[in-house]
Design a protein around this ligand. Sequence first.
Ligand SMILES: Nc1nc2c(ncn2[C@@H]2O[C@H](COP(=O)(O)OP(=O)(O)OP(=O)(O)O)[C@@H](O)[C@H]2O)c(=O)[nH]1
Ligand SMILES: [Mg+2]
Length: 372
Amino acid sequence: MKIGVVGKPSSGKSTFLNAACLTDAEMAAYPFTTIRPNLGTAAVRAKCPCVELGVKHCNGKRLVPIAMVDVAGLVPGAHEGKGMGNQFLSDLADADVLIHVVDASGKSDAEGNPGKGSPAADVKFLEEEIDYWMLGLLMKNWERLKRKIEMKAVKAHEAIYGQLSGLKVSEEQVKKAVRELGISHRSGREELLELVRRVRKPIAVVANKIDLPEAEANLDKLPGAIPCSAEAELALRKAAEKGLIAYTPGDSSFTVKAKLPEKQEKALEVIRGVMERHGGTGVQQAVDYAAYKLLGLIVVYPVEDENKLTDKKGNVLPDAYLMPKGSTALDLAYRVHTDIGDKFIGAINARTKKRVGKGYILKDGDVIRILV
Ligand SMILES: Nc1nc2c(ncn2[C@@H]2O[C@H](COP(=O)(O)OP(=O)(O)OP(=O)(O)O)[C@@H](O)[C@H]2O)c(=O)[nH]1
Ligand SMILES: [Mg+2]
């Protein structure tokens, strides 16, 4: 699973990535600081079953890894080659979900330069860029695909899914949209545009720079957006790494553990105020929202001993995997290793100690031993 971080230049994408992944991507107050994509590993919060099942692992707050990519800024017309053009749209191809980092302060224009911006317009243009990009991919081959559909060599949804499958769109959604829109070999640009709107990757909108009063004032223009200060989260995570504060990503507050210089103490108190107003910095909230609400993922814990809940070496609940809802015991086996999937003969639900078959639908928080 992978989260793509998108938005116009200078909206704070790389800061968001660094805050979520503790990476060292370059951040700066000028557009197109990022050109080549930055990769990191973020974490989704989960309730570790260790507490409930009485084994020692953590305090119940589990962080499950998820890949994240931060790409170059998008400007209106990117799909036609404006700004950095289309390249970074391909950098997003294998993302399952997007987090759109909007500069909610409205203090940068559409190209990311200091000036007047419209956060609401930013949300719209970004969606359009993604749609036109996907439309472009479809239109490029539409004449050929159309003929195949007309000759009944392939069904419309198969042809379209085949063309878009590299983008990690859902086959089910493509099928549903093709049916509902009545897409056939007679369909044209407008109908295909409506189709890509329906099947594109889900997008979580983040109202970034909420530490600035201008951003706070703009929140009502971004309905449904998650208020966020990537800069605050980054500062907290760095301070926590140095042992200066106690803070777990996603917490609504933090505690200071060391005597700090006055300037740093003041900066932290400003951050505390932002967190009090919004229930946290918003970075972890956005990652969790993308994973759980938009992708509907569940977390599953494979073990090799269903009684001690350990692997062979005695590590308690060693792994946690994010999986799509509806995944089966066999899917989990393949996720652990292709070999394990090939040799699968059954599984044991460690909570009930009952044996389950390959078709068993995994539940969030399941602890499973796979039998090979
Ligand atoms: N006040 C405030 N500034 C922020 C926040 N997040 C990022 N910034 C600032 O915004 C500027 C741009 O940040 P980047 O993370 O480089 O933005 P980007 O979207 O990756 O930019 P490009 O790579 O150029 O597209 C920097 O000066 C950051 O310090 C935030 O939450 N609050
Ligand atoms: Mg950047």
